[in-house]
Write a protein that binds this ligand. Sequence first.
Ligand code: 3PY
Ligand code: MG
Length: 265
Amino acid sequence: MKTNHVKAKLKRGEPSIGTWLTLPDSMSARLMARAGFDWLTVELEHTPITFETAAQDFAIIAATGPAPLVRIPWNSAETIKRVLDTGAWGIVVPMVNSRAEAEAVVDAALYAPQGNRSIGGYSHAANFDTDAATYYAKANEQILVVVMIEHIRGVERADEILSVPGIDAVFIGPNDLHNSMGLKPVFDSDDKRFVDAVAHVLKTAKANGIAAGIHVVDAPAAQRRMAEGFQFIAVASEAGMMLAKAGEITKALNLGAGKPALAKY
Ligand code: 3PY
Ligand code: MG
């Protein structure tokens, strides 16, 4: 069975850098899987990507080299089961604000005795290049479980959330976190409330022996977050990179400001 290199790196205390896939066509996975990122997260939370396209993405990504991860639309056992059974190597769960919610994530993601994941499916074993029996025996050691703290309520309860056994990493959503404090949703700011919240989550993750992660917009921001101790870092998205480059070209050629559709990443 293949080793989930992202989980292994995070456990060793090393950084692991990836990006988000947001376009609803597997050509995006095919092209981005060769770009050099450690992992690619298929975005089901804020896009029209279907389970079927996501399953194709997971297979393409796993066969090419990066780890196929997925951000699910909401903390739901049903969705966690379907994305893992269709071959994701790990889940990113949005808006986890309490210990009970974090426990529900682990319960859905891991097989007994650590959790209560139901047995079934076929693509999961194929994406780890193994047979079903080996997958069922070893999946708990390889599946990456990432909970998002992206609300001030989650920040306030960071210790009770991040001490739940079975969680590998916490991932901060800066836009939602700003928004939850009545601030403009942005990837970064020097507002003291945001800075203190991020520092608190980072410190609490370290105290609980798990990796801290955050979404950033470019390479300098990723380097800065790594220097602070963040390990699981998402840089923008494939659509964000495409539009950033397009904007650069239209600006250089004086073609006008353009109308970028992408508000978030
Ligand atoms: C946020 O910024 O809220 C995110 O969810 C980023 O992934
Ligand atoms: Mg968010």
